[in-house]
Design a protein. Structure first.
Length: 186
């Protein structure tokens, strides 16, 4: 396998991953209660569409088709995110779960872009390196924003948890039993 083939495979994987996110991010935005997290996800959806366009441009430069690869890693991360959306958690706790899923996605994308950039550099593909670096910078910034947004949500979820502990014993026991049953059924 040539290094050029490796680059095309990496790019197809990224193209598949980004297209999966274009479909998944609106569901994530709809499922969060935090207006700031919703806005962050919606903004990143627009960036993701731009990343898809950049990848299309790269494929045009290479004279290759972008399709043919299904990113199994992103497929798994999207399924994990969907599970968080369907969980019984509510409020800040649910938003923390969704932010965690989003952060895993960002780290996966950062790894993919980093690998593709390294291969493109080895091939002397400076314009491709530049385009991929732009996407990498957006992914890194998105990861930092998700992490920053998760911190106040963690504090809010912790205080909600303290309030739950103060609930009457019967209600709290039912809540724990319901959550446990849901986790086991996954």
């Amino acid at each position: 396998m040539s290094l050029q083939t490796v680059l095309v495979d990496e790019l197809r994987d990224l193209y598949s991953a980004e297209n999966q996110l274009v479909k998944a991010l609106p569901k994530m935005a709809k499922g969060v209660s935090s207006p700031k997290l919703k806005d962050l996800i919606t903004t990143h959806l627009e960036e993701t569409r731009g990343q898809v366009d950049r990848l299309k441009h790269i494929f045009e430069q290479l004279g290759k088709k972008p399709s043919g690869e299904v990113c199994k890693g992103m497929e798994g991360l999207v399924k994990e995110g969907e599970a968080q959306l369907q969980s019984d958690e509510e409020g800040a706790a649910k938003d923390v779960c969704i932010a965690g899923a989003a952060l895993r996605v960002e780290h996966y994308e950062i790894a993919g872009y980093t690998a593709a950039i390294a291969v493109a550099k080895s091939l002397g593909q400076d314009e491709i390196v530049s385009l991929l670096s732009e996407s990498l910078e957006e992914e890194e910034a998105a990861g930092q924003k998700v992490q920053a947004q998760a911190e106040p949500l963690l504090e809010e979820a912790a205080s909600e948890g303290e309030e739950e502990e103060a609930e009457p014993a019967g209600r709290a026991t039912k809540t724990v039993a319901r959550r446990s049953a849901h986790r086991v059924s996954r």
